[in-house]
Design a protein around this ligand. Structure first.
Ligand SMILES: [Zn+2]
Length: 240
């Protein structure tokens, strides 16, 4: 099992590790700070080096419970000690986008009673799907943009806490947050990673986030479209 360093520290940019297993075009490490694609968030990229040879990490994926770092070059041998470094500009942008998506989702939930169905967090432009949301005209777009930016400007702290299942459920219940998604997580998962954004939002999420909403800048909502069954896909960018 790979130790997931990014679960506890989203700001870790470099780390030492050892090759635990090797595939045709990938390595499995004993520990990693690379975020594997999942929960709607795109994979990290970066480099791995043994001191004499440096290879690019193109993609990180979880395949049957194994975290595979797909690399551009011949994989290192099992047992080799490596140093990993993230493409930090890419990761940090994902952190800003992902945290912003939580605020956007919460804003839409509170003000329009819509639920988040999915998301795609990646540099440049991210998106999330909301339902029921048939129409989203320019006036509503401007209202949502201004509302979300007002929240971001409150410089809310973003905290990560690990809680046993029952504690996480009651933590959310006491604060009137929906626990439906937590309860859908398989019973085998005993510990939840709870994200707390000031007094505005609480969610269970394994993604990467910034420490304060002041790091996000402002949201700029772009186009949106219906993707069927009352679900609307909203695209957004970040501006400083
Ligand atoms: Zn998240």
């Amino acid at each position: 099992m790979t130790e997931l360093l990014h679960m506890k520290d989203n700001y870790l940019q470099q780390f030492d590790c050892r090759v635990d297993a090797v595939g045709n075009d990938y390595v499995v490490l004993n520990r990693t700070a690379f975020y594997p694609e999942g929960g709607g968030q795109t994979s990290d990229k970066g480099t791995l080096t043994d001191g004499s040879r440096t290879v690019k990490v193109i993609e990180v994926k979880k395949v049957q419970g194994q975290i595979q770092h797909r690399i551009d070059g011949t994989p290192f041998e099992k047992g080799v000690e490596l140093h990993g470094e993230l493409d930090w500009a890419r990761r940090y942008e994902n952190m800003r986008f992902h945290t912003c998506q939580h605020v956007l989702s919460r804003y839409l939930q509170i003000n329009y009673n819509v639920e988040t169905k999915g998301n795609n967090i990646k540099p440049g432009e991210s998106r999330a799907d909301y339902t029921p949301l048939e129409s989203f005209d320019d006036e509503m777009k401007r209202t949502v943009e201004a509302g979300v930016n007002e929240i971001l400007d409150q410089n809310l702290s973003v905290e990560i806490r690990f809680m046993p299942r029952e504690e996480a459920i009651s933590f959310l219940t006491e604060r009137n947050y929906q626990t439906r998604y937590l309860e859908m997580v398989p019973k085998s998962v005993k510990e939840f990673r709870v994200l707390i954004i000031g007094d505005y939002d609480v969610a269970s999420c394994a993604g990467t986030h910034v420490k304060n909403t002041s790091e996000i800048g402002h949201i700029q909502i772009g186009k949106s479209k219906n993707v069927g069954a009352g679900v609307r896909r909203i695209y957004f960018r970040l501006i400083h």
